[in-house]
Design a protein around this ligand. Structure first.
Ligand code: PGA
Length: 251
């Protein structure tokens, strides 16, 4: 049985003071919950206050991005080790916003995935098709290319534990959600592809989150699908009550 994992991707929202307050209220609401892994991914500037707020709770900390080099002359960048020393266990990589606005290619995502795993962080690797790609009926090709690209250089041992987030780009922040059937079809496809890359045991244990306008009202149905093992939540993660509702729907 795969334990469900719900992660909040706060994106570029909440300053460090607001972040501490939001994390505190999430901890109060979900502290008794053991059956779901909960991760908060605030902006870099909020990792420290959120780390403080979740101390002693079951909530884990994640970042939204990192650089692939260990250190050096990369102005404005953050390394895996900097995240680890702030208490991060997870890092979101290859989010569609990074691919679209910051030109992150499959090669760049792969370098980051490798660096995160070498450093001991668990990557949450995002894949997903645009609206045009879905209309052209090339969703599976796109997702296959992204999954292959991100994990190509890994051994099965290195890959183990990595989380994948299927996020159809047309569903992110738009209020449009993939139907549970549409999402399940792609999740199942990703799992089969992982089986081809790393074997069926690892594919069975790999957690694949859905992301894209997940809310308390649609979470239960999505999370009931055989291959949907959690959610990567944007907008609804910025409200403690909504985020709690999604976490409870995963129980
Ligand atoms: P959304 O974002 O829940 O606001 O659609 C999800 C994401 O981009 O991770």
């Amino acid at each position: 049985m795969r334990k469900k994992i719900i992660a909040g991707n706060w994106k570029m929202n909440k300053n460090h003071t607001e972040s501490g307050t939001l994390a505190q209220s999430i901890v109060e609401k979900v502290s008794g919950i053991r059956g779901v892994d909960v991760v908060l991914c605030p902006p870099f500037t909020s990792l420290s206050p959120v780390g403080e707020a979740i101390k002693g709770s079951t909530v884990a900390l994640g970042a939204q991005n990192m650089h692939w080099e260990k250190e050096g002359a990369y102005t404005g960048e953050i390394s895996a080790n900097m995240l680890l020393t702030l208490g991060c266990q997870f890092v979101i990589l290859g989010h569609s916003e990074r691919r679209a606005y910051f030109h992150e290619s499959d090669e760049i995502v792969a370098k980051k995935v490798n660096a995160a795993i070498q450093a001991g962080l668990t990557p949450i690797v995002c894949v997903g098709e645009t609206r045009e790609e879905r209309e052209k009926e090339i969703t599976k090709e796109v997702v296959k290319r992204q999954v292959t690209g991100a994990f190509r250089e890994l051994t099965a041992d290195e890959f183990e534990g990595t989380v994948i987030a299927y996020e159809p780009v047309w569903a992110i922040g738009t209020g449009l959600t993939a139907t549970s059937e549409q999402a399940q079809e792609v999740h199942e496809f990703i799992r089969r592809h992982i089986a081809g890359m790393f074997g069926s045991d690892l594919a069975e244990s790999t957690r694949i989150q859905y992301g894209g306008s997940m809310k308390p009202g649609n979470a239960r149905e999505l999370l009931a699908q055989a291959d949907i093992d959690g959610g990567l939540i944007g907008g609804a993660a910025l409200d403690a009550g909504s985020f709690e509702g999604i976490i409870r729907a995963a129980l």
